[in-house]
Write a new protein. Structure first.
Length: 362
């Protein structure tokens, strides 16, 4: 195996869930890729910058506070990228401590309380927020910025200038709308652009979920023979997605497809479709790298999954936070918004993904 291929393999390994959460004291259309081939080179499927750039930090010690929407395996994968960046800085005698915390269930008011308390300690160089609700959280971010606290957004959900947010920069998925649109196109094509489709969204107000749903709706509206018969917000919970899917199947016996806008709902939807003995009859497309979802894709229960490069999101969050802490504004050293990749995979890729991410051999 070449060094390049080996690095790509390691990058995929680290997407696996189950990491520790603390080292601690306490777009545009070409931002996503569709691959429908089992023979695409591994290094083309995920694009990642595995080492620190040439920037020389101004301090020896940094302290960051990072809070995300809810405790969930998706953010565990982000944490692995965070931890690797911290270790690489440590090798350069730059020491970073950080809090990486989230509630068990998403609550915008919990998020507000967390970032306000963190700012009140005056001990964090940068506060990073995976925005739970743009309308509610944005004014809080702006107030913290006015008080002199440096705030960035990261992970899956931004609140940018178009929302009146004064946050300094965003590291994460900048193309959720396109991801939703892409999954919808894949689904419609599989159905020959004709049929009844249901959608599982996620959390009300969560930018990433809402934007994917918006992108999907735009695609469905293009095709006169595609009918979006129902939508449900499952709160990124597998069990709720399972129950809603059962309701869709009961209400629409001729349902042809389901599009899923977060990591949990493809698993719940897949389980319900499998139990209803409608695998292959109801086509499912969804997000990300849950092991059970990949197994469903391998077995033909799920048709396609779009995987985000969680590791790169975590890695770039730390490198960007260091520059923000040093007082650099977006420009030549780092962009205001990153361009992390999303890749759509199909059944023929499932065994490779399971082997690479989870060590599973079919």
């Amino acid at each position: 195996m070449s060094l390049r291929a080996f690095c790509s393999f390691i990058i995929l390994i680290i997407l696996i869930t189950g990491c520790s959460s603390r080292n601690q004291k306490a777009g545009s259309d070409n931002n996503y890729i569709v691959k429908d081939t089992a023979f695409a080179p591994e290094e083309e499927k995920f694009h990642f910058k595995p080492t620190l750039d040439s920037y020389i930090p101004e301090k020896r010690d940094y302290n960051f506070y990072l809070t995300y929407k809810t405790a969930h395996p998706w953010w565990n994968a982000v944490a692995l990228g965070i931890e690797d960046a911290v270790k690489q800085f440590e090798q350069k005698d730059i020491f970073i401590t950080y809090d990486y915390l989230a509630p068990e269930a998403m609550s915008v008011y919990d998020q507000i309380e967390r970032i306000q308390k963190a700012a009140a300690t005056k001990s964090y160089d940068v506060i990073g927020v995976d925005v739970a609700d743009i309308e509610i959280v944005t004014p809080v971010i702006n107030k913290l910025m006015e008080q002199g606290q440096k705030v960035m957004t990261f992970s899956s959900s931004d609140s940018g200038k178009e929302h009146g947010c004064k946050r300094i920069a965003y590291v994460g998925n900048t193309h959720n709308y396109e991801d939703g649109r892409d999954l919808a196109e894949v689904l419609c094509e599989k159905l020959n652009f004709k049929g009844k489709i249901a959608m599982l969204v996620g959390n009300h107000g969560a930018p990433c979920h809402e934007e994917r749903a918006e992108g999907a709706r735009a695609v469905f509206a293009k095709y006169p023979d595609i009918e979006l018969v129902g939508e449900q917000y499952d709160e990124d919970l597998e069990e709720k997605a399972y129950e809603f899917t059962k309701e869709f199947i009961a209400k629409y016996p001729d349902l042809n497809g389901i599009i899923c806008c977060n990591m949990s709902n493809p698993v719940g939807a897949g389980r319900a479709v499998l139990e209803a003995e409608k695998s292959g009859q109801i086509v499912i497309t969804g997000m990300d790298h849950d092991k059970r979802a990949l197994e469903y894709m391998r077995d033909g229960v799920i048709y396609a999954l779009a995987l985000q490069d969680c590791y790169a999101i975590g890695f770039d969050t730390i490198t960007t936070a260091v520059k923000i802490a040093d007082g650099l504004l977006p420009g030549t050293e780092y962009p205001e918004m990153t361009e992390e990749t999303t890749t759509v995979f199909f059944q023929k890729d499932a065994n490779w993904l399971l082997r690479s991410l989870y060590g599973e051999i079919d």
